[in-house]
Design a protein around this ligand. Structure first.
Ligand code: SAM
Length: 245
């Protein structure tokens, strides 16, 4: 919902078509049922269904309250090269369930999927719908943001974070909890963490160096080569676990 306050002010309110369809056809609710509406930025409102007609679903909406339900105290930004086929959409859904706050698709030199701004804009509504559906399903108060694709260098400057964990194969990589312990021992608090995952062909060394030079920490996800989407979800889960989320 874009404007829950407005809905609450009007008290009786016809749900927008997508929400009406969900209530009527997917949940098959009847008048008298209690539902919860959310605006995706942390406000929730209870509502009671008054009418569920085929052409209109009317709800009585209470005043919205601010909620952090389902949200971590750390904000997680996933910087990830887009994998092929439907793996990306699967990743959007699962990363939302696992608590990501923002997703920045990366344009990398070895990326198989190179998304122009135009192509991204054509896909954006579909991808945002997947993210919103996942947030609703797992009862998060907030809907993660999907940003436009950027090169690693631009992503670093446009989306500053308190730490950057870069998943990469090779020598000298650290376990996620070690890297985060190290940062804590240096006295740096983490309110917003960047998690970086490369494309099927891996990051080029120059791309990794750019992130490391900006204070990034090189991370291993174990002795097996994971697919990009598995790597993104694993990194998110391990980092949350390391910070007790
Ligand atoms: N041949 C590629 C290479 O050598 O980098 C494999 C890339 S892997 C399929 C895709 C991405 O997942 C990598 O760029 C890295 O970010 C991440 N990744 C996969 N397995 C990993 C592991 N065991 N440790 C750290 N990162 C990993």
């Amino acid at each position: 919902f874009d404007d829950l306050n407005d809905a609450a002010r009007r008290e009786r309110f016809a749900l927008p078509e997508a929400a009406a369809h969900y209530v009527r056809t997917v949940l098959r609710l009847l008048p008298g049922a209690h539902i919860e509406l959310f605006d995706g930025s942390g406000r929730l409102a209870r509502a009671t269904l008054i009418a569920c007609a085929p052409d209109e679903v009317i709800a009585e909406v209470e005043s919205p309250r601010v909620s952090e339900r389902g949200e971590s105290s750390v904000q997680w930004v996933l910087f990830q090269a887009i994998p092929k086929g439907d793996r990306w959409e699967w990743l959007l859904e699962k990363a939302t369930e696992l608590g990501v706050d923002a997703i920045v698709p990366l344009t990398t030199r070895r990326g198989v999927v190179q998304l122009s701004e135009d192509r991204f804009e054509k896909k954006r509504a579909r991808w945002e719908k997947i993210i919103a559906g996942a947030a609703r399903q797992c009862r998060r108060a907030k809907i993660p943001a999907l940003h436009a694709p950027l090169t690693p260098a631009r992503a670093l400057s446009d989306h500053p974070c308190d730490t950057h964990l870069v998943a990469h194969l090779g020598e000298g990589m650290m376990a996620v909890h070690r890297a985060l312990d190290q940062q804590a021992s240096e006295g740096d608090a983490i309110a917003r963490a960047g998690l970086w995952v490369g494309p099927e062909g891996g990051f080029e060394e120059a791309e990794v160096d750019a992130i490391l030079n900006a204070g990034g920490r090189p991370i291993t996800l174990g002795p097996r080569v994971l697919r990009a989407e598995t790597a993104g979800l694993t990194l998110l889960t391990l980092a949350q676990n390391a910070l007790g989320e």
